[in-house]
Design a protein around this ligand. Structure first.
Ligand code: ATP
Ligand code: MG
Length: 449
């Protein structure tokens, strides 16, 4: 119904042209009657932020992904506001707000535990008086120039992401025909796609991620240069890649995203080893199971742990390296730790996994050999380990993927659920005779300890 209405209002979007450069100042004002945004999906905090700024005499709009999601009838996960007020002016309007960021100066406005990110309209990095810097490849290194609303719209990535919604008038301002594109299910780059990818290669990942998440088809001209330009991702700072990958894998559409990344040749620079993983039958099954698991958790609103996710994505690389170090004559446990170091080092060159995640990731891997020990006191102490739960979930995935016998996972499930007596009967007999501990040196006196 709404689709028909919109199609009547706008010409159908063609799918093989880049977005027409809308003449400066040319803006479509789309009324509530046409766009039908459901105000109930808006957060109060977003409304209070735009109202506060407008009362103080500024322009203010909900912008970007939130408007796109509202048009797609989805509840946005966060709200951004764009305004012509400077960060200092925004900061003065709201008591509970603070200016953040050095490169991009933004204001966070707090309402309860909701944070609204407010940015001042930005101009083009090509603006000469601007504080901008561009690398030889065309990548923008710095652009923090204030500008008009039209300029702000041009520097956004996709037409669907360049929409401004005013909760007071309920109008959507569309500078790049984003509304008809959304209605036609198309994700289209604003301007010349090659130039825009060169300016910021992360836009290639965003195209893949947003199309998988929103079920939008990437427009031909927007899609076509991606495989050729994939290598540009090597120049992107690893921490930025990590943030984007995290969004991609935690979007609830990790499987489609991973497949699309691969199809576009974008995975090489990210998880350099993922390609190899996906080519091994067990590895592929394992990664797919892990991603499916993650998607299900995200879509049912359960928390997911990035450490666990990255531990699964890299596990088969760890396994390979583990075997290699064992074959070189190292004992199993030291060999596992050498393998973990090697995989993490190779990974860090491309996409830095934040320390707070990689430490847990290593703990999950490091506990895996302990599940093979089912005699004596060892199973009890493993149950007490603070990372037991994550490591156990990881073990179950290994079993489900066929890497380990299902019986092992089942044993741990039963052991954890059993009472004290039952547990005793489940323990396996000690295999190797216990070695007597040799004491090194004379026994220390209590005072010396
Ligand atoms: P999500 O729903 O995953 O948050 P999003 O589009 O809102 O998707 P954000 O990273 O929150 O993504 O970005 C907010 C807005 O900022 C985008 O909608 C877009 O207008 C703009 N933007 C973000 N990243 C870029 C980029 N690399 N180049 C140009 N514009 C960008
Ligand atoms: Mg967003």
């Amino acid at each position: 119904m709404i689709k028909k209405l919109l199609q009547r209002v706008f010409k159908p979007a063609t799918s093989n042209k880049s977005a027409p450069a809308t003449p400066a100042g040319k803006v479509e004002r789309i009324s509530a009657r046409v766009h039908r945004i459901d105000r109930k999906l808006l957060s109060n905090a977003a409304i209070k932020t735009t109202e506060g700024l407008q009362k103080a005499g500024f322009e203010a709009f909900v912008v970007g992904g939130a408007v796109r999601d509202l048009l797609l009838k989805q509840r946005p996960k966060d709200f951004d506001v764009a305004t012509n007020a400077t960060p200092e002016q925004v900061n003065k309007v709201f008591r509970r707000s603070r200016i953040i960021g050095r490169r991009f100066r933004l204001v966070h406005v707090m309402f309860g535990d909701e944070v609204i990110e407010v940015s001042t309209f930005r101009g083009s990095h090509l603006n000469e008086q601007g504080d901008a810097k561009v690398a030889d490849t065309g990548r923008i290194l710095r652009d923090n120039v204030f500008g008009s609303q039209e300029e702000d719209a041009v520097r956004r990535d996709f037409t669907a992401n360049a929409l401004y919604y005013d909760p007071a008038s309920e109008e959507v301002l569309d500078f790049h025909q984003g509304v008809p594109d959304i209605q036609a299910g198309i994700l289209r780059m604003i301007g010349d796609p090659v130039t825009r990818y060169r300016e910021d290669p992360v836009r290639m990942l965003r195209a893949v991620r947003l199309s998988a998440k929103l079920g939008l088809k990437i427009d031909k001209a927007t899609e076509q240069p991606i495989s050729e330009l994939a290598d540009l991702l090597h120049d992107v700072p690893p921490s930025r890649l990590f943030d984007e990958m995290l969004k991609l894998f935690l979007s609830g559409h990790a499987i489609e995203s991973a497949n699309a990344l691969r199809q576009h040749g974008l995975h090489h620079g990210l998880l350099p080893l993922l390609d190899v993983v996906l080519e091994q039958p067990i590895g592929e099954r394992f990664v797919k199971l892990a991603l499916k698991n993650t998607d299900e958790r995200v879509l049912s609103g359960k928390p997911v742990s990035p450490s666990f996710l990255f531990a699964t994505l890299l596990w088969h690389e760890v396994l390979l390296a583990w075997k290699k170090f064992e074959q070189q004559g190292n004992k199993p446990i030291p060999a596992l730790h050498m393998a973990m170091d090697e995989v993490c080092d190779i990974q860090a060159e491309k996409m830095a996994i934040h320390k707070r995640f990689s430490a847990t990731m290593r703990e999950i891997w490091g506990l895996q050999p302990r599940f093979e020990q089912r005699a004596g006191k060892r199973p009890y102490s493993l149950l007490e380990n603070p990372r037991y739960r994550a490591a156990y979930d990881f073990l179950l995935l290994r079993c489900e993927s066929g890497e380990l016998p299902a019986e092992l996972g089942q044993w741990w499930t039963d052991f954890a659920n059993a009472d004290g007596e039952q547990r005793q009967t489940m323990l396996l007999p000690e295999t190797a005779p216990k070695k007597r501990r040799r004491r090194r040196g004379p026994k220390k006196s209590a005072a010396g300890e």
